[in-house]
Design a protein around this ligand. Structure first.
Ligand SMILES: N[C@@H](CCC(=O)N[C@@H](CS)C(=O)NCC(=O)O)C(=O)O
Length: 221
């Protein structure tokens, strides 16, 4: 059955699912909503009021990591390592990626400089922890895995932020730099967002109106 992904154009969590769908060459529909004014039908079916949602027939699946797992299972071969312990390890680091998304979000949307600096430091500290896990060029070595799909949206936004406000977040992390470049060169990653993502993302940051907006955003929304 063809799934329908409910999306917000700049959401990194949604992007994870799109990367998996593209890597698998799976057929899907995508419906964009405006999270600032979510439609009634979305409120009715989204238990947390968050995207992504994956509609499959009458079923609604939420939480991006769960959606990725489902898409991986129904579109074999699996992108997870086969060894159970390695798979559990990968799942743990997928969970960790979500905390990095939040650091990045808190940094760019910070109202005050102190909050922005503290989120940036937390992001740097966490990137170091991830770097120590990398086999290279992908997370597990030579093959692309689900865990790579989970981190790629972070790197896409980091690359944009570095263009707008160089921070050297990858300095001293050469393995991570290779990982990021390898992921961002991948067609499934490049085609996982709308063309206007940079402008939308920057405008969204700019519209928050605080310190992060001045540092990273534009006021063209
Ligand atoms: N843990 C969730 C997080 C999803 C999430 O935070 N999505 C954001 C957009 S990027 C959202 O829908 N926010 C709406 C809200 O919090 O009201 C997942 O992994 O799917």
């Amino acid at each position: 059955m063809k799934p329908e992904l409910v999306s917000f154009k700049i959401c990194p969590f949604v992007q994870r699912s799109v990367i998996v769908l593209k890597e698998k060459g799976a057929d899907y529909d995508i419906t964009y909503i405006n999270l600032k004014e979510p439609p009634e039908w979305f409120r009715e079916i989204s238990p947390l009021g968050k995207v992504p949602l994956l509609k499959v027939g009458d079923a609604v699946v939420f939480e991006s990591a769960v959606i990725m797992e489902y898409l991986d299972e129904v579109n074999p071969p699996s992108l997870h390592p086969t060894d159970p312990l390695r798979k559990a390890h990968n799942r743990a680091w997928i969970e960790f990626a979500s905390t990095l998304f939040m650091c990045q979000f808190n940094m760019v949307m910070a109202k005050e400089q102190e909050a922005c600096d503290s989120a940036e430091q937390e992001l740097r500290d966490k990137l170091k922890l991830v770097d120590a896990q990398l086999a290279g060029p992908f997370f597990n070595g030579n093959d692309f895995s689900l865990v790579d799909a989970a981190y790629a949206p972070l790197f896409m936004r980091m690359a944009l932020l570095e263009q707008w406000c160089p921070m050297g977040l990858m300095e001293g992390l050469p393995k991570m730099q290779v990982w990021s470049e390898t992921l961002l060169a991948r067609p499934a990653v490049q085609n996982s967002v709308v063309d206007e993502l940079p402008q939308l993302y920057r405008g969204h940051i700019g519209s928050s109106g605080g310190y992060g907006a001045k540092r990273f955003g534009t006021d063209n929304t």
